[in-house]
Design a protein around this ligand. Structure first.
Ligand code: GLC
Length: 544
């Protein structure tokens, strides 16, 4: 492909910040309590006003919704719950009219058990669709073929009485894993990508991008620790070295193929490379060769506590492994929200978590790579405590383990004060809405000191400061310092991780405070800056 590894050309996503729309919870256009395309389309002007460049929409395909859309029954349609294909087309056209790019969530690791492919695969053991999934005989003494476990609890194998074989599912039993060693399946997905590119999408977020290829001999995964009954499914999952089910070498060949499909249309390939050990060297393999994924989400920043050495090693290691191709999310629909993660008290009784989350966003926005906000991050939204009887996430509901569920970060976007937050006209949103009036868009939109205003200012600056789009990173402080700071061209970023104010000596030159998570921007006379706790800043070198 003739890529210059030293200074790759800038692409459209280099100057943009992404925004994750969890479609069920963003905006409900038809009053049934669930978000949809009509609702999203109406709110696109809000995203343009906020300064977002890329909108990632979570799965909206026809689905039995066992995993709320991540169980796809038709890869080329829209579930009636979310609207029609025409509604989708209108949404894309409106996004483009407003200067936004729209990428969609592709779920290639598994389908729904209601997908016609799986239905045929199950019905006819001798048919051509059998090989679209992983079917195996029981182990010699009976029972599942190997010791693989599902992310969502229990064995990764379900027995099918009629054919006396097991099928593989790394998530729910209603999410059978597709067999990416089957060339016909590979061709099917070429057509899926082309279908959506023809409908003008700007790229794909690839779900479980680390999982597609399996070791077809299916050996047992080495077990690292015993599983105890009190463990959550996610804790049980990391009791194994996932040597044979995840992160297999063949995955990258699939992304090289897809790269050749999206490149002529200038599309973005952004992978969810979710490795439980968060090893950045492994994640970097998906992007380093510059001919596979364009960007890979790196999840360690969402799992790192507010602790200087932990934050330092997270970012030093990641940027050593992949200096410019990672993607950073403040929060997501799978993890606790940043203000909740960073709050010293659970549940939060002060706003320290929110202050830390904004300061952290300054860091993520200034790093090389592609930063993402999750809907509500801009409002400082904390996780909502969902009463047990209203929990919906199968991880919580099926395992009677509310602590491990993801509903708290998936509650509807609070647009206005009120019981349903202006999210829906129904009295029954699918999950309860945050009850804090201060956390609504309406309450913050016209207040220049609100978190919403502070995020908007940060987004505008990220777009304006072109050194943040391509310049190399040079560390200013070392890992023993309580301030993490670096320079990129004529910009510098600093984040105070200490519990107290901390002084930072600035590199030579005259600097202007372009942004602070805590105070007004402005000229600076001094050659050092006294950073508040917590505070994230961006400084720009004065040219004269
Ligand atoms: C990804 C999604 C998550 C989903 C899982 C299975 O991790 O982000 O929400 O449950 O894949 O598709």
């Amino acid at each position: 492909m003739g890529v210059d590894m030293a200074s790759p050309e800038l692409r459209w996503w280099d100057s943009e910040v992404g925004y994750e729309v969890y479609i069920r919870s963003f905006a409900d256009g038809n009053g049934d309590g669930v978000g949809d395309f009509v609702g999203l389309t109406e709110k696109l002007d809000y995203l343009a006003w906020l300064g977002v460049g890329i909108v990632w929409v979570t799965p909206f395909y026809p689905s039995p919704m066992r995993d709320f859309g991540y169980d796809v029954a038709d890869y080329v349609g829209v579930d009636p719950l979310f609207g029609t294909l025409e509604d989708f087309d209108v949404c894309v056209a409106e996004a483009h009219r407003l200067g936004l790019r729209l990428i969609i969530d592709l779920v290639p690791n598994h389908s729904s058990d209601q997908h016609p492919w799986f239905q045929a695969s199950q019905a006819d053991p001798d048919g051509s669709m059998r090989g679209y999934y992983h079917w195996r005989d029981p182990a010699l003494g009976g029972g599942p073929p190997n010791n693989w476990v599902s992310h969502f609890g229990g064995s990764a194998w379900t027995f099918h009485e009629a054919s006396e074989q097991y099928y593989l599912h790394l998530f729910l039993s209603e999410q059978p894993d597709l067999n990416w060693s089957n060339p016909n399946l590979v061709l099917e997905f070429d057509r899926v990508l082309e279908f959506w590119l023809d409908r003008d999408v700007d790229g794909f977020r690839i779900d479980v991008a680390q999982g597609l290829i399996k070791n077809m001999l299916m050996p047992d995964n080495p077990q690292l620790r015993p599983i105890t009954p009190d463990m959550t499914p996610r804790q049980a999952f990391v009791c194994f070295d996932h040597r044979y089910d995840l992160d297999q070498k063949g995955n990258t060949a699939i992304y090289r193929r897809w790269r050749s499909i999206v490149e002529p249309r200038d599309g973005l390939l952004l992978g969810e490379v979710y490795l439980r050990d968060n090893n950045p060297d492994k994640v970097s393999r998906y992007v380093a060769t510059q001919d596979g994924l364009h960007r890979a989400f790196y999840f360690a920043p969402m799992h790192t506590p507010w602790e200087p050495s932990a934050i330092w090693s997270t970012f030093r290691n990641a940027l050593d492994a992949a200096p410019r191709d990672l993607s950073w999310a403040v929060s997501s629909h799978d993890d606790p929200r940043a203000p909740s993660r960073f709050s010293p008290k659970q549940p939060a009784t002060d706003n320290i978590g929110q202050e830390r989350a904004l300061a952290y966003a300054v860091l993520l926005f200034a790093l090389p790579g592609l930063p993402f906000l999750y809907q509500g991050d801009e409002l400082g939204l904390v996780d909502v405590e969902v009463p047990i009887e209203q929990l919906r996430d199968p991880v919580a509901v099926r395992n009677q383990n509310p602590g491990d569920g993801r509903d708290g970060s998936r509650t509807p976007m609070p647009w206005e004060p009120g019981l349903t937050g202006g999210f829906t006209t129904s009295t029954e949103p699918w999950l309860p809405v945050s009850r804090s009036d201060a956390e609504t868009v309406a309450a913050q939109r016209d207040n220049p000191r609100s978190l919403l205003a502070k995020h908007r200012e940060l987004l505008a600056l990220r777009r304006e400061l072109s050194d943040l789009h391509g310049a190399e990173l040079e560390w200013i402080t070392g890992t023993d310092h309580l301030v993490i700071s670096f320079q990129r061209g004529d910009c510098m970023c600093a984040l105070n991780l200490a519990d107290t104010q901390t002084a930072l000596t600035l590199p030579p030159g005259k600097w202007r405070l372009a942004y602070s998570s805590k105070r007004q921007a402005g000229e600076m006379q001094e050659s050092s800056i006294q950073l508040d706790s917590p505070e994230g800043v961006l400084l720009v070198k004065a040219t004269s």
